[in-house]
Design a protein around this ligand. Structure first.
Ligand SMILES: Cc1cc2nc3c(=O)[nH]c(=O)nc-3n(C[C@H](O)[C@H](O)[C@H](O)COP(=O)(O)OP(=O)(O)OC[C@H]3O[C@@H](n4cnc5c(N)ncnc54)[C@H](O)[C@@H]3O)c2cc1C
Length: 181
């Protein structure tokens, strides 16, 4: 059975970013997705140019049951950190209305940025991976995939919401919330 420190389910914006961060902090990361390509929703975002952040991002702009979460998250990583990352990858961008920032060329550049950051963190990306079962015990999580079994101390579910089912969206995250809590 293959062993990792962290397994992340879902290679969308959240899963790719999380995997890159964990990998670059020295964790052995397995990133799983049921689709053929990572970041498919990103490719559609912003009309194909990805509105990747907003100059005026602040906790008050978010609706949440837990407003403190946005405060703590944005205290640790801001829009300026992401703009800096985009600049380091040489991606040209422009501001539209109300502080919205878009790639000049294509949303593919943001997917490529996230994949390059994952590569820097030595993340193992496994596409077309269906999670058939998740079992939890004292040592962590054991996942039965189509064709293999993998184990990790930590599990991150970043399988996204239900918009655009044609792009691989599933209710996996909503269901797991109850069964794995
Ligand atoms: C048309 C459109 C335009 C948008 N434009 C913008 C924009 O310009 N700027 C912006 O910030 N946001 C935009 N959004 C919203 C943004 O795209 C999403 O909020 C974001 O992509 C969500 O990322 P995520 O990682 O949470 O989920 P997702 O991108 O949905 O990723 C989840 C991944 O998990 C995989 N998955 C699901 N279930 C399983 C399973 N059981 N096993 C394995 N893998 C699984 C899916 O295949 C998918 O790849 C737009 C959305 C749409 C639909």
């Amino acid at each position: 059975m293959e062993q990792f420190d962290v397994i992340i389910i879902g290679a969308g914006a959240a899963g790719l970013f999380c995997a890159a961060q964990a990998g670059q902090r020295g964790r052995r990361v397995l990133l799983l997705d049921n689709g053929k390509k990572p970041g498919r929703k990103i490719l559609m975002s912003g009309g194909g140019r990805c509105n990747f952040t907003n100059l005026y991002t602040e906790p008050a702009a978010y609706l949440s049951h837990n407003p403190h979460f946005c405060k703590s998250a944005l205290a640790r990583y801001t829009q300026w950190d992401f703009i800096d990352l985009v600049n380091r990858h040489g991606i040209a961008w422009h501001e539209k209305t109300l502080g919205q920032l878009f790639c000049d060329e294509s949303a593919q550049q943001i997917v490529d940025l996230l994949l390059a950051e994952c590569e820097k963190g030595k993340v193992t990306l496994r596409l077309r991976s269906e999670v058939l079962n998740v079992a939890r015990d004292d040592s962590g999580y054991t996942l039965q995939l189509n064709g293999s079994t993998v184990q990790a101390e930590k599990l991150v579910i970043a399988s996204g919401g239900l918009s655009m089912p044609g792009l691989g969206a599933t209710p996996f995250g909503y269901k797991s919330r109850n069964s794995l809590a």
